[in-house]
Design a protein around this ligand. Structure first.
Ligand code: SF4
Ligand code: SF4
Length: 378
């Protein structure tokens, strides 16, 4: 089991994306002493492989010297096995020195682009596209692996084909996000995707993706198909994430996940106090997440997909309803895509057990992959 520790050096960000709910201007910056405390805290905390993700706000704001010290300290933070690293950034602040350092520590980067320049900059602000793509070039020229996070909003859903083709034509791998409302304000609300639109979008994108599995990777579909094949979630959204993911804020406060960062009521402890897992489970935040889990066990009990959905993301549920007694409001979208995957898998299974019809093969037809290929993808 991988233990995922998210490090949030700051919630500040130089960008001003219209629908962002994860940043906070003039927020504090993490000092290297907090990394020392994280390393001490992890010593004996849990005997599992640790993956660290630097997240924000914009994590590059803390600069080269921070990472030059932090990466070697964290690399051997647990005796179990060398730690892995990823970082989520808009890449505006990357330079050759930082890129070389990230390449040395095999840091995998995800960066956010929502499609071609016009669509991206309409959602994320003028000039965003060029700055991020410049950073992408610096990172990849120096040997860093970079993939993209594409957020679909109530606006860009109408440009699905253009957005998909942009990533396909450039051979960029992506992870999909649906724009969500926020716990911190209502700026994101007009951009949020409705459940039905989200479900339709996922089904349509899956259909496109099944033509192009040899050219592009859309991680969400790989996970959704694998999860439904294995009957257990392989992505945090579709698993009980409690305890297997923790996030550390700039001041050492521990939260259930980066999405709760900076909200006092979600603090579970502080790394400077070296809390054990048992200590964290006594926090109010943990108890609230337990409420979510119990509610899902009850409310989703009759759902065909409960084993590999687990009520979706608790943060999404809590934002939408203001209470932990909730499920992810994207439930309808999840049901739509899980049903699509299951229907396609059943059809594929039936087809494979029937002899081919004479004269029904079309040699010129474009090869189309199946969800079975995704279920069995390594
Ligand atoms: S709260 Fe949501 S995003 Fe965070 S780890 Fe859990 S499922 Fe994932
Ligand atoms: S699809 Fe909906 S009802 Fe089913 S487990 Fe997920 S959140 Fe619950």
């Amino acid at each position: 089991m991988t233990f995922h520790v998210m490090i949030i050096p700051t919630l500040d960000c130089p960008s001003n994306c219209e629908y962002c709910w994860g940043s906070k201007k003039d927020s504090g910056m993490m000092e290297i002493e907090v990394i020392e405390q994280i390393v001490n805290w992890l010593d004996g905390f849990r005997d599992d492989y640790v993956h660290f993700t630097f997240h924000g706000g914009e994590p590059l704001l803390v600069g080269y010297d921070f990472y030059k010290k932090a990466l070697p300290m964290l690399k051997n933070a647990t005796t179990h096995k060398e730690a892995g690293f990823s970082l989520q950034s808009n890449l505006w602040l990357i330079d050759e020195k930082l890129a070389k350092l990230f390449a040395e520590y095999n840091v995998a980067i995800s960066t956010s682009i929502d499609g071609p320049l016009e669509i991206n900059d309409h959602q994320r602000g003028k000039g965003y596209f060029d700055k991020t793509m410049k950073g992408y070039k610096i990172a990849t020229d120096n040997g860093v692996r970079v993939s993209f996070i594409c957020t679909f909003t109530s606006y860009s859903k109408d440009y699905e084909k253009e957005v998909y083709n942009f990533f396909l034509e450039n051979g960029y791998n992506i992870k999909l996000h649906a724009a969500l409302p926020s716990m911190r304000g209502n700026n994101a609300d007009p951009w949020a995707l409705s459940q039905e639109d989200h479900g339709k979008l996922l089904i349509s994108l899956l259909d496109r993706y099944l033509n192009d599995l040899d050219k592009i990777e859309i991680k969400d579909f790989d996970h959704i198909c694998k999860s439904s094949f294995m009957r257990r979630g392989t992505l945090c959204t579709f698993a009980d994430c409690m305890g297997d993911t923790l996030a550390i804020g700039h001041d050492g406060n521990i939260y259930p996940c980066y999405r709760f960062n900076g909200m006092e009521e979600w603090v579970m402890g502080n790394v400077s106090d070296n809390p054990s897992m048992e200590d964290l489970t006594k926090s109010k935040a943990w108890k609230k997440l337990e409420e979510f889990k119990s509610f899902v066990d009850e409310d989703c009990a009759d759902c065909t997909y409960i084993k590999f959905c687990r009520g979706g993301c608790p943060y999404n549920g809590i934002v939408a309803t203001g209470t932990a007694k909730s499920v992810d409001p994207q439930c309808i979208a999840y049901k739509m895509i899980f049903k699509e995957v299951s229907d396609r898998a059943n059809k594929d299974f039936l087809k494979s057990s029937m002899p081919p019809l004479m004269g029904n093969s079309n040699q010129n037809q474009k090869k189309k992959y199946s969800v079975m290929d995704l279920m069995l993808k390594r």
